[in-house]
Ligand binder design. Sequence first.
Ligand code: PLP
Length: 418
Amino acid sequence: MKNKVKMGAIVCQLRVARNANMEKLQNGYLFPEIGMRQIMHMEKYPNAKIISLGIGDTTEPLPVFIASAMSKYSHQLSTKEGYQGYGAEQGNKELRKAIAATMYKDMGIRDTEVFISDGAQCDISRIQLLFGSNATVAVQDPTFPAYVDSSIIMGQTGEYMSHTGKYGGIEYMKCGPENMFFPDFAGVPRTDIIFFCSPNNPTGHAAAREQLEQLVEVATRNGSVIVYDSSYSDYISDESPTSIYEIPGAKEVAIEISSFSKLAGFTGIRLGWTVVPHELSYSNGFPVHKDFDRIVCTCFNGASNIAQRGGLACLSKEGRKATKNLIEVYKENARVLTDTFASMGLEVYGGTNSPYVWVYFPGRKSWDVFTEILEKTHIITVPGTGFGLGGEGFIRVSSFNTRECIQEACHRLQNFLG
Ligand code: PLP
């Protein structure tokens, strides 16, 4: 151990090299960078009332019915009869059954295929661990950054190519208005894993049935596994599929990750699930399900029993009604935002099947648009390039805020940008 003297104190420095994969991660992860710019803006305009339409965190309080179920269960834990310690690593049987029956009705998903998690983001990394550092990966561009970042951390990337922002081992599949937000697979080399998020964060696009049929067809032809993220499926209002398992043949090629975060406002409670069908097997015939079970038992140990009790309440008849009402609040906010940007003559996407509105500013840089909106209206948005180079020229506007703040934001946008 090397010792250095710094400001009068001894600072120890390890003889442990930094994980080279961590060095490959791009500096200034999106949200900390936005946070820093927000602080600088507050210093410049101390009296400004900043409205955040940036980070995708839920804002509405939990339905009383769901909070009460958790608090009643917590109270039982303080009694001799009601105390429970570790549960099954794969999750509470009743909850696994409820997810299979409610979220995958008529799709042939069995409760034994559902693994309860502490959130979709955590399972994205466990899936990476499952397939290992030699797996090659394709992602939509733009999309939720955790797929790429977890690939990089796993070392799936080969050499770092900083100037292009691209890495070996990762294929970026451009998804924009010009291709109906769906990749042109003819130009995408085969990869082991295809991450696919629908409705996609940030574009808000929910893939149509024909698009998902094509996705399953490509994965089947190439022997690739689809990791399908349906975290926003409850926001779908049209006839777009809510799960990849609506598509025939998907059970042989797809894992689905999902979450109670945006479905029920559980971002802080932490609860999600992953479906690994029994039909899914590796090139040597070994069931993927068995390996995922092993990963869950080794690296996780099961979700909080209080959160799982809340999940069960969400999936009851009363809970479903309450969570759908919550989602309606955000969707109405998204509609108001969409109308506002459209009335300013801008191209607006997303919104109808998602809490996110994706706005196009042709010929502009995303960070410049972000800065101009912040400077003129004191509103925080997210620059599209934070989700991949394919997001250049766009900003993501989130509907996760109170109706009053959304209305105030729309008023400012019309006055200062309209
Ligand atoms: N997947 C997508 C597409 C997301 O947008 C998010 C969060 O914003 C997550 C997963 C993370 O979900 P969780 O809170 O369940 O970890």
